[in-house]
Design a protein around this ligand. Structure first.
Ligand code: NAI
Length: 377
């Protein structure tokens, strides 16, 4: 089968998420890296794309030049990934969808709820895929957890507790580092810092595993480094449409926590626990029974977890292969065989609505807010 053609915007040299996309897109030989506008500095972007093997005539200076260059080519890209800072996602995603390209957009998909709803509408009208990179949902054992919940193996879910807390922005003397600073600059990041950066991964994960939607929330937010305009720590209580109680903590100043993303799901007949630092194991406890470790790749997993287990049992699989799983599902969808679970623009706008609800709640001393975008109320 011919490789699909893939282009990337952002993710330039030294960027945080760029390498994971390049590894993920190319891990299974499904995509060829055909075009790129990788950097906010046109010459640096062109040069880096060529060093990565992109042909010179498709190593573009910016996303507009790439759109103009790609749209009428007979061999134009089948998918474009948007891995630029948040404030640019909306106009780039909209322009590429309107020109008929499939899009994988980094989270948060947009800055405002209105923009998010517009992307949902544009994607529907174009008939193209607009996926959002909630890549943690593509770890095999997260898929196992979701399948177990769906199969009723822990009964009705009562409670979900999750946190995504690290300490990598905890050094006040590093607050002006350009890769850190934009995340707390409202012009670049939007209304929220850490919640929009990491908290929404945890919130999406709660919805994904519980197979439910966040309905209402109450938040407390703090900028513990006082020069920051946006929060670097947040605690969010939420309720899901099906009645599940949710608790979420997210922080970027939790020094000592490296990549502290974990989730616990407590049902009427059992509990599940998964952590990104130990992604191959899902911990399962049936009510009144012994705690069990379910391993990626072992016999008896649900189909989706088995499908996405790539290498033999006990060999580590990690973040880039979770991203690769997103690209596998994208390749299937582009070829007309969509799979359940690929995060899409509806997930993207639900997240951004939750972000705005959390900011409103924090400003109103924790008053509960409707967390749903108007289009889904
Ligand atoms: P970064 O600051 O490390 O890198 C951003 C890159 O985009 C740089 O190479 C920069 O030159 C380039 N860029 C900026 N504006 C551009 C433009 N207009 N055109 C082309 N290139 C441009 O940022 P990072 O951490 O890589 O984040 C990028 C996006 O990815 C953000 O939206 C962030 O929220 C998201 N992200 C997602 C993660 C995930 O787990 N899904 C993890 C980390 C980031």
């Amino acid at each position: 089968m011919a490789k699909l053609k893939w282009g990337m915007i952002g993710g330039g040299e030294g960027s945080q998420i760029g390498p994971a996309h390049r590894l993920g897109a190319q891990a299974d030989g499904l995509f060829e890296f055909a075009a790129g506008a990788l950097d906010h500095r046109p010459e640096a972007g062109r040069a880096y794309a060529q060093r990565l093997g992109v042909p010179a005539d498709r190593a573009y200076g910016d996303w507009q030049e790439m759109l103009a260059g790609e749209k009428d080519r007979p061999d134009r890209i089948d998918l474009v990934t948007i891995a630029t800072p948040n404030a640019t996602h909306f106009e780039i995603a909209k322009a590429y969808l309107e020109a008929g390209f499939n899009v994988l957009c980094e989270k948060p998909m947009t800055m405002t709820v209105e923009e998010g709803e517009e992307i949902v509408r544009v994607a529907r009208a174009s008939g193209r895929i607009c996926a959002v990179n909630y890549c943690y949902s593509a770890y095999p054992m997260v898929r196992q957890a979701r399948a177990m919940v769906r199969a009723g193996e822990i009964g009705k879910v009562r409670l979900v507790v999750t946190n995504f807390s690290h300490g990598h922005h905890g050094d006040a003397t590093d607050a002006d580092n350009p890769r850190v600073r934009w995340r707390y600059d409202p012009a670049m990041a939007g209304v929220s810092g850490q919640f929009a950066d990491c908290g929404i991964h945890a919130l999406h994960m709660a919805s994904f595993i519980c197979d439910d939607k966040v309905a209402t929330l109450s938040a407390d937010m703090a900028s513990t480094i006082s020069s920051r305009q946006l929060e670097d720590d947040a605690m969010v209580n939420f309720r899901m449409e099906g009645g599940t109680v949710g608790r979420l903590w997210t922080s970027s100043v939790a020094i000592g926590r490296q990549h502290g993303f974990d989730i616990q799901v407590f049902g009427e007949t059992g509990g599940l626990r998964w952590a990104s630092e130990h992604p191959n194991q899902l911990i399962y406890t049936p009510v009144g029974g012994r705690t069990q470790i379910i391993e990626k790749g072992e016999g008896g997993l649900h189909d989706d977890a088995m499908r996405l287990s790539r290498v033999a049992i006990a060999h580590p699989e990690g973040f880039p292969l979770a991203v690769a799983n997103i690209y596998c599902d994208l390749a299937d969808a582009i070829r007309g065989e969509p799979r359940d679970g690929l995060p899409d623009a509806a997930d993207g706008v639900r997240s951004i609505a939750a972000v705005h609800a959390a900011v409103a709640s924090a400003r109103a001393e924790g008053a509960w807010q409707d967390a749903r975008p108007p289009m889904f109320r």
